[in-house]
Write a protein that binds this ligand. Structure first.
Ligand SMILES: [Zn+2]
Length: 63
């Protein structure tokens, strides 16, 4: 059986709120982003935004 590429990324990472410690709700800051980078706590309204440096797109247009 062949799995489609990226199926392992379909589950959002579980991040816990640093304030109250419950699991936060993961979401994407941008629809185009594959990775979840925004984690919102539904209990205390704390929002954790992870901003990881994006690698420069190289070879773009050389497909
Ligand atoms: Zn919280």
């Amino acid at each position: 059986m062949i799995f489609p590429h990226g199926i392992a990324l379909s589950l959002p990472p579980i991040r816990h709120c640093p304030i109250c410690g419950i699991a936060t709700q993961a979401s994407r800051s941008r629809e185009s982003h594959r990775d979840f980078d925004t984690f919102a706590c539904l209990s205390c309204d704390t929002t954790i935004v992870e901003s990881r440096p994006q690698p420069p797109a190289k070879g773009f247009g050389n497909l």
